[in-house]
Design a protein around this ligand. Sequence first.
Ligand code: PEP
Ligand code: MN
Length: 357
Amino acid sequence: MSELNLEQLRSRLDGINCNLLELLSERAQIVQEIGHLKETQGVPKFDPVREKHMLEQLVASNKGPFDDETVRCLFKQIFQASLNLQLTDHKKQLLVSRKKQKEDTIISLGDVNIGGGKPIMVAGPCAVENVDQVRAVAASLKQAGITVMRGGAFKPRTSPYDFQGLGIEGLKILKDAADEFGLKTISEIVDPGHIEMACEYIDVIQIGARNMQNFELLKAAGDVRKPVLLKRGIAATIEEFLHAAEYILSRGNTQVMLIERGIRTYEKATRNTLDISAVPILKQECHLPVLVDVTHSTGRKDIFAPCAKAALAAGADGIMVEVHPEPAIALSDAAQQLNFEEFNRFLSNVKESGLLG
Ligand code: PEP
Ligand code: MN
């Protein structure tokens, strides 16, 4: 083959490449239109029957020199790329997506802001047990400069025989102590029917890990205009976590924060596995504040401080930790709540890093 021939053939190939690309791009635009249509109709993006049919058509009109298997292989790649395009488009359209909203969502609890650059420390007992216990925690937190107190009144426990929380009475105790000491409150709600009532008592509705995909609860939380702290499910992927948040935003409640609280893995050294990588990924993919719960993720007081610092270094907007006047006699999570002295030491340790602001 002469030099000239090779050059000519190559230039024909270059031309064909351009034509192919143009056709592929045209095809991709149609694929995107189909994706949008499917989105509005709620139809799944992947349609194996349609894909099989297209491959059969292609193989039937294959005149070579590629064999049928190669044709199938080539087009399957195109189909996969097309599906990826539709899935990426879908993600971009989510209300939680950073592509939809570039600026960080900042949750404002009166004079306390969460998100937007200055990380926060949220602390408080695992469960509201009685007035004295919550007042003691509130006083201690106030003295330490903490502005947001957590405390569970409805406790989702593994065993039905364990302390289930004080219910509405617990919310009242939390509110009274918070009002007395000028703190904001976060408490878990487990029943969609309690969401509206809870708004009167607390500043942030927590949806716990076990309820991350309780869709009726998510919808009810989406229907009120109260900030929501959504915990990552025990075995939830980041995608599932974001879709759970989308349930709330899609009903009009845009005041949502996410909290990584550890996922279940084979590792036994910690209670759960703290997925630090979830923090920068969530920060990249969505505009909502992202917190990290060091208590339920690690279950180990001895590593709360390094894990909190790692979370803040990874971009977390806040840390949550459990504090109890006398952890040894706590009605839940006795082994992993800090007493006041331990909490103050933990707080100074984290503050020394300069990451808490
Ligand atoms: C809690 O924060 O009180 C709690 C029960 O945590 P989780 O839902 O993450 O287990
Ligand atoms: Mn707890």
